[in-house]
Design a protein around this ligand. Structure first.
Ligand code: ZN
Length: 153
């Protein structure tokens, strides 16, 4: 048996959640639909049973005891969460570092013999040596060697 399309509205009607026009519409429907009328009676029965239940009173000392238990538990859970978050962050950092190391190699330092200076650089650094030995780098090399070793006055 298929449920009536008004079934959901009957629940809302029972709970007093429908506005006036919809409330009247459901009331009219209830008079002509035995399934919805039965559902409403069932809901009223449940409400009556639930309303007659006696809810036990909890003593203030019991409430204080539960609160005292909850406070350390909350701290333990917070500390545990912090530790797990720290471990996860460390793992991510290690993976990222490993990835970076695997994919980034330091550029090779140029060999000393591979360093060359263009003609205009030689002229800027030591114009006399360049003029004196046009076409040869030996005078410039000598100048650099003496300059870097501190032998040049
Ligand atoms: Zn119905």
């Amino acid at each position: 048996m298929a449920a009536c399309e008004y079934s959901i509205r009957v629940n809302a009607y029972h709970d007093g959640e429908l506005p006036g026009a919809q409330c009247r519409e459901v009331e009219e429907h209830l008079s002509g639909c035995p399934a919805c009328a039965a559902e409403l009676e069932q809901l009223r029965g449940f409400s009556h049973v639930l309303g007659s239940l006696v809810i036990p009173r909890v003593s203030p000392s019991f409430v204080r005891h539960i609160q005292a238990l909850a406070q350390p538990l909350e701290e333990v859970l917070l500390i545990r969460f912090g530790r797990r978050l720290t471990a996860a962050a460390a793992a991510v950092m290690l993976l990222a570092t490993g990835y970076w190391v695997m994919n980034h190699q330091a550029p090779a330092a140029p060999a000393a013999s591979a360093v060359t200076f263009a003609s205009w650089e030689q002229q800027v650094i030591y114009p006399d040596a360049h003029d004196a030995a046009a076409g040869s780098d030996s005078a410039f090399d000598d100048f650099l060697r003496q300059d870097l070793s501190g032998a040049r006055p």
